[in-house]
Design a protein around this ligand. Structure first.
Ligand SMILES: C[S@@+](CC[C@H](N)C(=O)[O-])C[C@H]1O[C@@H](n2cnc3c(N)ncnc32)[C@H](O)[C@@H]1O
Length: 312
């Protein structure tokens, strides 16, 4: 398979340029979202035979593809099938105490969207949506067993869908007769409940699929966890670079960077008010976005936002 088919890296040169602090002599860098190996490859080229890259992905297909693609590089890469939301335990298992930077290119690879079950509403596949097959919860189970309130919460919070009650009522009605099994079972609910033109239908389905995907893969919680871990495990001068693809993720990154970069009074401490000193400095005053040329050659990059910070 060609690397362009598996995934075209987004904002990759910008990300790796910001990730590697040239003042640090020996790097141990984490690529928490290996995917098609685009970022890891660039890191290796920059390190030029020195240092280590810990390349993590939940998805075994990504690991298999990238291990093969990167096998001839002169680079010390540790490939790990794991969840970046558990960075602390991953590092402990590898015997590494501190790293010199973390990069995360969130979301899905093109391969996952096109070839793995449940992610695309364009193809009739099993409603799975798990990037990590070690986890049990499939999207079909969410639709078949969650309560009305739980489903409304998912669609409102993760899909930012207004009037989610109408959608959820239609889902509950459908599952009474027949359990959800495939993507087209879900599409059918939208087709029969709403009369939308093609564009609105695609936008609506995209929101529904995004909401379920975030739930199934615990995406926002994993991001919050890794951000908290980053200030613990990245050394002074080390960088954190995050590329996100929707406002929910970008908001988490932006707020985390802002809070960690500011000196403020923490009133939630069990020991009373505590002064919190800044843990990082923000390097990207505004989020970086892809150039027109990049968007033209890779339309999937259009919603990308890159934010970077340095541990102080
Ligand atoms: C956009 S792709 C990364 C593409 C990569 N930067 C490249 O250049 O090919 C995102 C990857 O992150 C993985 N991923 C998403 N959430 C993850 C998590 N919590 N832990 C580990 N991998 C995750 C997905 O399985 C997917 O392969």
């Amino acid at each position: 398979m060609q690397s362009e088919t598996f995934h075209i890296p987004v904002l990759s040169h910008e990300a790796i340029e910001l990730l590697i602090n040239e003042d640090i002599k020996e790097h141990i860098l984490v690529d928490g979202t290996l995917g098609g190996g685009g970022y890891t490859k660039l890191i290796c080229e920059k390190l030029n035979g020195y240092g280590t890259v810990i390349s993590i992905d939940k998805d075994l297909n990504a690991l298999e593809y990238s291990e093969n693609m990167l096998k001839d590089l002169n680079c010390n890469i540790e490939f790990i099938n794991g969840n970046f939301g558990e960075l602390g335990s991953i590092l402990k298992e590898t015997g590494i105490e501190k790293v010199t930077g973390i990069v995360l290119d969130l979301g899905l690879s093109s391969y996952q969207l096109e070839a793995e079950d449940g992610f695309s509403f364009m193809k009739d596949t099993d409603l799975d949506m798990r990037a990590f097959k070690k986890e049990d919860l499939k999207a079909s189970e969410v639709l078949n067993s969650y309560t009305k309130e739980e489903l409304m919460d998912i669609f409102e919070k993760y899909g930012e869908i207004g009037n989610a009650e109408r959608l959820v009522k239609a889902i509950l009605l459908k599952r009474r007769n027949k359990k959800f099994r495939t993507t087209f079972d879900l599409n059918e609910v939208v087709n029969s409940e709403y009369s939308l033109n093609k564009k609105n239908q695609i936008d609506f389905l995209a929101k529904i699929y995004q909401a379920l995907r975030i739930k199934v893969n615990n995406e926002l919680k994993n991001l919050e966890n890794v951000l908290m871990d980053s200030v613990e495990f990245v050394i002074k001068g080390g960088r954190i670079v995050i590329i996100s693809y929707h406002s929910l993720e970008d908001r988490i990154v932006k707020n985390f960077f802002r809070d960690s970069a500011s000196k403020h009074i923490k009133s939630d401490s069990p020991y009373g008010d505590e002064e919190k000193i800044p843990e990082l400095k923000i390097i990207t005053k505004k989020a970086l976005v892809p150039s027109h040329t990049e968007i033209k050659t890779n339309s999937r990059s259009r919603s990308a936002k890159l934010r970077a910070a340095e541990i102080i």
